[in-house]
Every structure is written in C-alpha cells, then in structure tokens.
Design a protein around this ligand. Structure first.
Ligand SMILES: Cc1cc2nc3c(=O)[nH]c(=O)nc-3n(C[C@H](O)[C@H](O)[C@H](O)COP(=O)(O)OP(=O)(O)OC[C@H]3O[C@@H](n4cnc5c(N)ncnc54)[C@H](O)[C@@H]3O)c2cc1C
Length: 597
C-alpha cells in the first residue's frame, strides 16, 4: 500500500531560506504568517493529509461515486467526513477574506496545503479545491449581496462550488456555448442547457452546491463576446441564507473514467434553473477567468503532487527491493542481492523525478508569492510586475507540471517492475489519476498556445522581457560566485536558448501563425526548464549559504546540491533540442494533407 509524508521541511526551507518570506511582511496577512505560525499550520495540514485523506485514496479509487435513480450521488465511504474535517480545520478559508469568515493568510500557504492534499488524495481534494476557485470568482466579480449570501457558507465549507463551462459540442472553443439564459422580471434568469464533465457537480457531502455557469443571454452576440456568468445554487437560498426549494438543476449521469474515481464527474441538466448574473452581461468569460486561473495553478499543483507521492513510494521501494548486484561489486554482502537503488539507471530515474519535484515546488511557491504581491501589494509597479509573472507562468506551470507529473508517475511505476502494474501497490492509480491534469482546465496544447499566442505578445512583450530581466540580472550578480558559477553557466546557456526561441517566433510566426502553433509545446517546455533552472540556482545559493554557516542538516543540504547538479547536467540540456524543434518551423507538420493521416 502506498504511503505519503508531506514535505514540510522542504517547504520551510523554500519559504524561509530561499524566498525569505519575512521580506513580504508588509503585505496583508503576511505579518500573521511568522515562521512559527507557518510551521504550526504546515504541521497540522500534514497531519490531516497523511492520517485522514491519504488512507481514503485507494478506497475512493475502488468504490468510486454512485448515481442513484433519483439523481442523488453518493461519494466513497469516508469522503463526507474527511471533506468536513478539512472544512472544519479552516483549510478552505485559509487565504480567504476575513470579512466573510476567512483567515486572510497568504495564498502561498493555501498552495502548499493544496499540494499536500492533492498528493494524499487528489479526487477528494477537488471538492474543497473547486470551492476555493468559486470563492475567488465570486469575491472578485460578485455583487455585495451575492458575496454576503454565498461566501460565508462556502468559506466555512458548508456549501461547495463548481465550474460549468463544458458542453457536449464545446470544450476548448467556449464561443460555441449554447446554454441559454432568459431574463426574468425579478432580475433573475432562467438557465437551460446541458453541461458535461462537471467535477463535483453532485454529491452527498454538503447541503448545497453553488454552480458557476457560463451561458448566453438571449440575443447576445455570437462567440465568446456573448457569454455571461451566472450563479445557480442547487437549492435556492432565501435572503436570510436559509435553504428553500430545489432549483431546476440535476445530475443526469456520472462518467466512468480512467482515474479520479472518488470525484463525481457529472452531466448537469439545467432546466429553467434560476440563476443570477455575476458581474456584467457578456463579460462572463473574464469573470470565469478568475476561477480558471486559480484552477490552472491548482491543476499544476496536482501534477507536482502526483509526482511527489509517486517518487516517495518509488524511492522507498528501490531501497527495499533486492535484485542483481552493483556494477562495482556487491554492496549488501549479507543479502543474496543488492537493493536496486545501487543501479545507476534506477538512481537516474529517481533523481529525474526528484530534481523536477523540488524545482517545481519552488516555482509554485515563488509564483504563489508573486500572486500574493499582485493581489495584496501596495506598490503599483510591484503589483504589475508580479501580475505579469503570474500571467506568463500560469500556462507554463499548468502545462509543464502536469505533462512531467504524469511522465514521472510512469517513471515511478517503472521502478516497481511488474509490481507497479499490479493494482494493490497503488502505483498504477497515480498514473491514472495524474493523466487528467494534462487534459482539464484547458488541454496542455492549449496552454502552450495561450503562452505563445497571448502571453508573449501581451503589453508589447512586457512580461517576457520582465522574466528575462529578472533571470539575467540574477545571473549577472551571482555568476562569478565560485559556489554558484557551475550552476549559473548552464542556466545562462538555457536562457539564451529561450531568448533565441522567442526571437524566432517574433521573426517567423507573425506572418505564419502555423510556426507558432507548431513550436508552442516545445516553447512551453523550454520555458519550464529555464524557470526550474532559475529555481535550482536560487536553491543552491540558499543551501550553500546555510552549509557555510554550519546551519541546517548537512545531509539534506548536500542532497540539494547533488540534485541541482543532476538537473544542470542531465535535464537542462534538453533546451537545445526544444530550440532546434521550434526553429524547424511548421513545414513538415503542415505539408501532409488531412486525408493522408
Ligand atoms: C474528469 C474530467 C473533469 C472535468 N471537470 C470539468 C469541470 O469541472 N468543469 C468544466 O467546465 N469542464 C470540465 N472538464 C472538461 C475539460 O475541461 C475539457 O474536457 C477540456 O477543456 C477539453 O475539452 P474537450 O474535451 O471538448 O476537447 P476538445 O476541445 O474537443 O479538444 C480535443 C483536442 O484538440 C485540441 N485542440 C482543440 N482546439 C485546438 C486549437 N485551437 N489548437 C490546437 N489544438 C486544439 C485539444 O488540445 C485537445 O487535445 C472535465 C473533464 C474531465 C475529463
């Protein structure tokens, strides 16, 4: 059976030593997040995830969700109590506005808890996770009355939230949405249509479910410019917050799917359901983007989370499983064979996963800190720079962390040989669960297009220039430091590859957009490698300083330095291959007629 231990010490090292979170103490909520408070918060979150959520991971996979004839959906045994324990611990409202019952702590801490809970039980963590996204959208775009009505209950975890975009004929292309909204004399709307694949659309965990639904008001313009966002509660809510009649929304069926069995993926039928407009008419996509951006980071974290838990189990297995002898002579002479951890290829595989996990965690936390600055900062220029980073890195994180997260789940499964293919070891569940993160919240190909087509040219390239400037300045300042030079040099080369690829798009993709489409996934991964390389250099800087000061656990710090070296020698060189593929353009890809495929 798989086990999980939340990486609390690694998070503390990143927050305290690498990013020095105390420097953000002028931001609202950060003064309350002193290192001892953070330690206590992380310790409590780890306990809940390890002891309550993780033991239910396999239960959820085996039992799945059940839809009854009357449309009710029951979740796997133990899920209801565990989600309620999560809510009662205040975890849903950790970073939410105190005016509505939240604790107002940094979003960065919520991102950490998201990683722990998604490693422990991804399907379960999505019930509160989607609620947090819906809270963010309502908080940003809801009217004061809507916020007062819904937010306190959602933040307390009494009601959950969902996002309803997808319809049978439209997923990526939301301009095709057909669900219609008809205005009523009392200011509400009647919503009619079918939404599919709605995560947590129906369940038995809470007394109400607050659906955020994209629909088209009668007579609205065609395409994405005619979409509005509505709040549609499963059970109607009176002005005093009490529950009234059932609304006209029901779960028609649930999907039987590859993984994520503990989360109900529902077809939701809206039949003249009463809904209320959130924000302005026809500006629904912009409003929903608050939830989608939050969800994209959340999904990126799912990729990391599956990679982390898969790594932990693979590393433990590799130290235990004995097969063959070391190439340099027997190591476990008291045993008939050596543990497989002695074999270079096993170590290579484990290090490849670990070098990704530690850099990806750093990148998630650094981006979460930027998100806190963007949303809470006082200085306008700092806010703008942080927002630029967040916008630019969100598709990179979503695409790269979930693509590699899945690959790593497979790599970790490989460490078990045939046993990895057998269900009881739990490794094949990680593979199945990790797969969806590459698809939902915008398939990864779409993330890459968002990066190249929207985020690069936005504001005249200000965000990407800001990224180049931040990494370039760091390299200039630290590149001569003997402890850092061996790491700065390869990063400098990789940064040049990224800059060359960016220039190539500027020169070759404006007139021929297929060149952008053909190279976008390579560009996204090239970007991810450079961003993770930057994280590794910053980790090395902090680890070397700690070591020199005689602080910290020397073995842990040495492991950081070795893993950083592995990343620079064996993973970062991939940037050259990405650049070569991008510069090849789209000719070979587009030459073949569609009927020849
Ligand atoms: C388990 C699960 C849970 C989900 N949860 C939710 C949820 O809670 N709420 C919700 O609204 N939706 C949800 N979804 C839907 C999910 O977000 C969509 O499946 C996803 O966005 C892709 O849409 P699609 O399936 O229609 O694929 P399509 O849009 O048909 O895409 C098919 C393929 O074509 C590619 N493609 C499409 N257009 C382009 C283009 N212009 N350029 C290049 N490539 C392109 C895509 O990358 C993809 O690989 C969920 C799906 C699943 C399976």
């Amino acid at each position: 059976m798989p086990t999980y231990k939340a990486p609390v010490e690694d998070v503390q090292f990143l927050l305290n030593d690498v990013f020095r979170m105390e420097r953000y103490s002028n931001l609202p909520g950060f003064a309350d997040a002193s290192p001892d408070v953070v330690e206590a918060v992380l310790g409590e979150a780890a306990k809940l995830c390890e002891e309550v959520l993780q033991p239910l991971n396999r239960v959820g996979d085996l039992e799945g969700c059940i839809r009854h004839d009357d449309g009710r959906v029951t979740t796997p045994k133990g899920f209801k109590d565990a989600v309620n324990a999560f809510a009662q611990g205040g975890w849903i409202g950790l970073a939410a506005d105190p005016e509505y019952g939240g604790q107002g702590l940094p979003y960065t801490l919520a991102a950490v808890v998201n990683e722990f809970s998604s490693s422990a039980n991804m399907a379960l963590a999505m019930y509160p996770g989607l609620t947090m996204g819906a809270i963010a959208a309502l908080h940003t775009h809801g009217s004061p009355e809507q916020k007062a009505l819904y937010l306190p209950k959602m933040i307390a975890g009494e009601w959950t939230g969902t996002m309803n975009l997808t319809e049978p004929h439209c997923g990526t292309d939301l301009g095709l949405i057909k669900t219609k909204a008809v205005p009523q004399p009392d200011g509400s709307y009647k919503i009619t249509g079918t939404k599919i694949f709605i995560s947590a659309g129906e369940h038995d965990i809470t007394s109400n479910i607050i659906h955020l639904v994209l629909a088209r008001i009668e007579g609205a313009p065609e395409g994405v410019k005619g979409i509005s966002l509505f709040v549609v509660p499963k059970v109607k809510v009176a002005a005093d917050g009490s529950l009234g009649d059932r609304n006209g929304v029901a779960c028609g069926s649930i999907e039987h799917k590859m993984g994520l069995h503990g989360n109900a993926t529902c077809v939701m039928n809206y039949d003249e359901a009463t809904g209320w407009l959130i924000g302005q008419e026809n500006r629904g996509l912009a409003a929903m983007f608050v939830m989608m951006n939050e969800a994209r980071l959340g999904v990126a974290i799912q990729g990391l989370a599956q990679s982390e838990v898969a790594y932990q189990n693979a590393a433990a297995y590799a130290k235990d499983r004995i097969q063959g002898r070391s190439l340099t002579g027997a190591k476990a002479t008291d045993k008939p064979a050596d543990p497989i951890i002695v074999h270079p290829d096993v170590r290579r595989t484990l290090l490849q996963i670990r070098a990704f996990n530690e850099a990806a965690r750093a990148l998630v936390l650094y981006t979460a800190l930027k998100s806190d600055v963007a949303h809470r900062g006082g200085d306008e220029k700092e806010r703008q720079q942080a927002d630029d980073w967040l916008g630019l890195l969100t598709p990179v994180l979503k695409g790269v962390l979930t693509d590699v997260g899945f690959d790593n789940a497979v790599r970790a499964q490989q460490m078990f040989g045939g046993h990895g293919y057998i269900a009881e070891w739990g490794m094949e569940q990680f593979v199945r669960d990790a797969r969806i993160a590459m698809i939902y919240e915008g398939a990864n190909g779409i993330q890459a297009l968002d990066l190249v087509g929207r985020k690069l040219p936005k504001d005249g390239g200000r965000a990407v220039m800001g990224f180049f400037n931040e990494v370039g300045t760091y390299l200039k300042e630290k590149g001569e430091d003997p402890a850092l030079a061996p790491f700065c040099k390869p990063l400098g080369g990789a940064l040049q590859h990224l800059q060359q690829a960016t220039m190539w798009f500027m020169n070759n993709a404006m007139a021929r957009p297929d060149n952008a489409g053909a190279g976008s996934v390579d560009y996204m991964h090239l970007f991810g490698l450079v961003a993770m390389g930057y994280m590794w250099v910053r980790i090395v800087e902090a680890a070397a300083a700690k070591k020199a000061a005689g602080e910290g656990d020397a073995a842990v710090l040495d492991a950081k330095l070795v893993t950083a070296r592995f990343f620079m020698e064996r993973m970062l060189p991939e940037t050259a291959a990405h650049l070569a593929r991008i510069s090849a353009g789209s000719d070979a890809i587009m030459a073949m007629p569609a009927e020849a495929f």
